[in-house]
Design a protein around this ligand. Structure first.
Ligand code: GLA
Length: 745
C-alpha cells in the first residue's frame, strides 16, 4: 500500500517499495520548495537551512520558521493567529510575512499605502502561488491582495540551495482604475526564533573609517540602522547579522542579510514585548512616496538572507561565494582583478601628460597591470572647486587628448583607467552655467554645497542622457579599460520642481535607478571595461552596486593599521576580490603614522592590490621590496581573490591579528599576520589555521618537508614576529609576515 508522503505542486511522492529511490532523487533535485496543500505551508530548503511560511485560516500569510534544516511540512503545525492579550494585536504577535499597515498593527510594517479615496488602511490576504526556475535559483511567488481595493503584492523568494541563502523582494501592483500612493514598501521582514537577548552585528563608520564592526545586545524596542543620505553611506551599511551572543568565527548559529540597494535604506531590528525579533528592511520610507498610476507596479530591491550554524566565518564565506558566482557582473566575475596604480595620493589635481607618464614608467617596472588617472584631468579642474560636469580632457594638461598617454601606458603593457564623478556638478563649470536647473533643489532655498558641488538631477531624462553621452564618448574615443565612478557628497534639498507634485519624493529611488541604468547601458556598449564603485571611499558598498560594478574603493583612509579594522568589517559581508586596497606613502597623509612598507603591502595584498603612493619618491630599497611583494601577490592572487577567507585573530581583540585565505580545493593557503604594539618578550600567539585538509602535508614558504594540515589546524604555528626574536631588526611595532602554504604531495 502506498501513502502520500508530501504533497507538492507538481508531484505526489509515494512510499512505495519500488518508487522510494525515485522519490528520494526527485526530492533532492526539486525539493527546494516543499508545499503541503492540506496545511497550506511552504517549506523553502537549502543544504542546511529551512524557511517556512503558511496561510492562516483568515488568509493571513505567516512566517513559521527560519533556521537549521526542518525540511518537511510534517514538522509544522498549521499556522494560527496568536491569541488575544489586552492592549496587543493578535496579528501583530503572529509573524506576518509581509505586514501592511492597517487594522490593529503597531510594529514596523513592510507596506503603507493611501488609496485614491483617502483610505490609509491596507489588508493583504493570500490569493495564490507559483513556482518556477525563472530567476536563476528556484523561485516561489506568493500572491497577496487587498479584498476591496485592487492592490496586489507579489512576494518573491529565490532559493539558492548550495549557498544557504534566500533572496526576497516584493512587487506592489496597482490593479485599480484609480491611482494610489505608496508611503512605505520594504523588501522583506525576517523573523528570528522567539527569544530575547539577541546580539546584533552591523557595519558602521564614517568617511575614512567605513565598515567597522559594531555589536550590541538588542533590548526591547527598535534598533534602526539606515541611510537617509541618498546613497548607501559611509555611516552605516545595509547588512545585518544576529546571533544569541555565543557565536564566534567558527561555531554558533547566525542569521544575516544584505539589501541590494545603493540609495537611502533602512533595517529595523525590533524586539517586541512578546519576544519576537523582527528584522525589516528595504528602501528607507523617510521622505519617500511613490505615485502608482493604474496598472503600475513598484518593485523593491532584493534582500538576501542567510543562516549558518557554523558562525560568522561561514556566513561570510557563503556570502563571498554567492557574490562571486551570482552577483558580480558576469563579464569579469571569475576573472582576477588586475593590480592597479592610482594617481590620487601622488598627484592630486596636479595631473598632466608628462607627470603621469613618469608615474606609469615606474608603476610598470613594479609589475602593475592597470594605470589609473584619478581626479584632476578634465577642463577647469585645478582643485575641488571647479570642473565637475565638463567631462573633456583639459587641453592645458593633455594638449593632444589622452591618446599619447594611453598609448604610452599600453606600450608599457598596462591597461589605462580613468576617474569620473558623473552624478555631480560644480557651480563653477560650463555645465552648470548652461543648466542651473539640472540639479536637485527647492527654488526658495539655498543649494547647499558639499565639497563645492551639487547633485545632478538624473531623474530628468536630459541630464541623464548628458551623463551617459559624456562617458560613452570618453569610452568610445579612447582605449579606456577601467572606470572609477565616484560620488563625493550626500543629498540635501532633494527637490525636483519640474516634476508633478505627486512624483517629487520619488527622487530617492529614481536617482539610484538612473545610476544603475547608466552603468548598465555603458557596460552593454563597452563590455570590456571594468567598473569600480567609489563614494569618497566606501560610501557605496552594497549588493545593488555589486551587480554592476566589479570592485569597490574601500576607504580613502589608506593607513594600513586603520585598514585592518575597515577591511575586517568589509570582509564580514563582501568578497575580498571586490575590496580594493592601495599601498601608499609613509607617514600616511591622514594619520601621519609611519608604517613599514612590507606591512603596508601585506595589508593591501588581502584584497585587490593597488599602489597609490608617489612612486617618484620611493627609494631603491622601496622599489626592491615593492617588486618582490608584487610578484608574491601575483602568485597568491587567486588564493586571495577566489579562495575562502578565515578571520583567525581579530585586530579588535589583541595585539596580533591574522587572516587566512584557502583555495577551494584546499591545496594552497596564505596567512597574513600583523602585530600592532609589541610588548617586550610577550610571546606571539600560536595561530591555528583553518580550512586545510588534515591528512595533507603543506610546505610553508617553500620549506620542506611539509606539515600535516591536522597539525597546522590543531596545534598551529607561531608566527615569526617582533617579540618572538632577540634579533634587533625584528623588534618594533607594526610588524607583519606572510606565509604561503602549498600541498606537498
Ligand atoms: C574621492 C575618492 C578618492 C579620490 C578623490 C578625488 O575622495 O575616494 O579616491 O578619487 O575623490 O577627488
Amino acid at each position: 500500500m502506498s501513502r502520500p508522503l508530501l504533497v507538492d505542486t507538481h508531484l505526489y511522492y509515494y512510499y512505495s517499495h519500488k518508487g522510494y529511490m525515485c522519490c528520494l532523487f526527485l526530492c533532492t533535485i526539486m525539493s527546494s520548495v516543499i508545499h503541503s496543500e492540506e496545511k497550506r505551508i511552504w517549506v523553502l530548503n537549502t543544504r542546511k537551512m529551512s524557511y517556512a511560511i503558511g496561510v492562516a485560516e483568515d488568509s493571513s500569510l505567516l512566517n513559521l520558521y527560519w533556521g537549521s534544516k526542518l525540511d518537511d511540512p510534517r514538522y509544522y503545525v498549521p499556522p494560527e493567529i496568536a491569541s488575544f492579550v489586552p492592549f496587543e494585536s493578535p496579528i501583530g504577535r503572529s509573524n506576518e510575512e509581509y505586514p501592511a499597515w492597517g487594522g490593529i498593527r503597531y510594529a514596523e510594517p513592510c507596506l503603507k499605502a493611501e488609496f485614491h479615496d483617502g483610505v490609509r488602511d491596507c489588508l493583504l490576504q493570500f490569493e495564490s502561488y507559483a513556482e518556477d526556475n525563472a530567476h536563476g535559483g528556484h523561485h516561489l511567488a506568493l500572491n497577496l491582495k487587498d479584498p476591496f481595493y485592487r492592490l496586489r503584492v507579489k512576494l518573491h523568494y529565490e532559493i539558492f540551495d548550495e549557498y544557504d541563502l534566500i533572496r526576497r523582494w516584493a512587487e506592489v501592483i496597482n490593479d485599480a482604475t484609480d491611482p494610489m500612493k505608496l508611503e512605505q514598501s520594504l523588501s522583506a521582514i525576517w523573523y528570528l526564533p522567539r527569544g530575547r537577548d539577541w546580539r546584533l552585528t552591523h557595519l558602521a563608520g564614517r568617511w575614512g573609517g567605513e565598515t567597522r564592526i559594531e555589536q550590541e545586545v538588542l533590548a526591547p524596542g527598535k534598533k534602526v540602522i539606515e541611510s537617509r543620505r541618498g546613497n548607501t553611506s559611509h555611516q552605516a551599511n545595509p547588512f545585518f547579522l544576529v546571533d544569541k551572543g555565543g557565536a564566534n568565527q567558527s561555531t554558533g548559529e547566525v542569521w544575516f542579510g544584505c539589501i541590494a540597494w545603493s540609495g537611502s535604506w533602512k533595517i529595523v531590528a525590533e524586539q517586541t514585548p512578546y519576544e519576537q525579533l523582527r528584522v525589516a528592511g528595504g528602501i528607507n520610507d523617510f521622505d519617500f512616496s511613490w505615485h502608482m498610476a493604474p496598472g503600475e507596479k513598484f518593485v523593491t530591491p532584493r534582500f538576501l538572507g542567510g543562516y549558518s550554524e557554523s558562525g560568522f566565518g561561514s556566513a561570510s564565506r557563503e556570502l563571498h561565494r554567492f557574490q562571486r558566482d551570482k552577483v558580480l557582473p558576469k563579464g569579469f566575475a571569475r576573472q582576477l582583478r588586475p593590480i592597479l596604480y592610482n594617481s590620487w595620493e601622488a598627484t592630486g589635481f596636479n595631473v598632466d601628460e608628462k607627470g603621469q607618464m613618469k608615474l606609469a614608467n615606474i608603476a610598470a617596472s613594479l609589475g602593475v597591470e592597470l594605470f589609473v588617472v584619478d581626479d584632476g584631468w578634465f577642463k577647469g579642474r585645478e582643485n575641488d572647486q571647479a570642473g565637475l560636469g565638463d567631462w573633456v580632457e583639459d587641453p592645458k594638461k593633455f594638449p593632444s587628448g589622452f591618446k599619447p598617454l594611453i598609448d604610452h601606458v599600453n606600450s608599457l603593457g598596462m591597461m589605462f583607467g580613468l576617474w569620473v564623478e558623473p552624478e555631480m556638478v560644480n557651480p563653477n563649470s560650463g555645465l552648470y552655467k548652461m543648466h542651473p536647473d539640472w540639479v536637485y533643489h527647492f527654488p526658495t532655498r539655498p543649494r547647499s554645497e558639499m565639497r563645492n558641488q551639487l547633485i545632478l538631477n538624473i531623474c530628468e531624462g536630459r541630464a541623464r542622457e548628458y551623463v551617459f553621452k559624456s562617458l560613452d564618448r570618453l569610452l568610445t574615443e579612447n582605449n579606456i579599460q577601467f572606470i572609477k565612478w565616484d560620488m563625493n557628497r550626500h543629498f540635501s534639498e532633494p527637490g525636483w520642481p519640474q516634476a508633478p507634485r505627486e512624483n517629487q519624493r520619488e527622487i530617492w529611488v529614481r536617482h539610484v535607478e538612473a545610476v544603475y541604468e547608466i552603468v548598465d547601458r555603458l557596460r552593454s556598449r563597452h563590455p570590456d571595461v571594468l567598473f569600480e564603485c567609489c563614494s569618497g571611499g566606501g560610501g557605496r558598498i552594497d549588493l545593488g552596486a555589486m551587480e554592476r560594478f566589479d570592485q569597490f574603493w574601500t576607504s580613502d583612509n589608506t593607513d594600513a593599521f586603520d585598514r585592518l579594522f575597515i577591511q575586517e568589517g568589509f570582509s564580514l559581508a563582501y568578497a575580498p576580490k571586490t575590496m580594493v586596497a592601495w599601498v601608499t606613502d609613509s607617514p600616511n597623509w591622514l594619520t601621519n603614522r609611519s608604517i613599514p612598507l612590507e606591512y603596508r603591502f601585506h595589508v593591501a595584498m588581502m584584497g585587490t592590490l593597488g599602489i597609490g603612493g608617489d612612486l617618484t619618491k620611493w627609494n631603491e630599497r622601496d622599489m626592491e621590496v615593492a617588486k618582490r611583494l608584487v610578484s608574491i601577490y601575483k602568485r597568491i592572487q587567486p588564493i586571495v581573490q577566489e579562495g575562502d577567507l578565515y578571520r583567525l585573530l581579530s585586530p579588535r581583540q589583541g595585539d596580533v591579528s591574522a587572516v587566512e585565505y584557502v583555495t577551494n580545493d584546499a591545496r594552497e593557503a596564505v596567512l597574513f599576520v600583523f602585530t600592532h604594539l609589541q610588548r617586550f618578550r610577550t610571546p606571539p600567539p600560536r595561530i591555528r589555521l583553518a580550512g586545510l585538509t588534515p591528512e595533507w602535508r603543506y610546505s610553508i614558504n617553500s620549506t620542506e618537508p611539509g606539515i600535516y594540515g591536522k597539525a597546522l589546524m590543531g596545534h598551529g604555528i607561531t608566527p615569526k614576529l617582533a617579540s618572538s626574536s632577540l634579533d634587533r631588526s625584528m623588534t618594533g611595532d607594526l610588524q607583519s609576515t606572510l606565509y604561503h602554504l602549498v600541498k606537498t604531495q
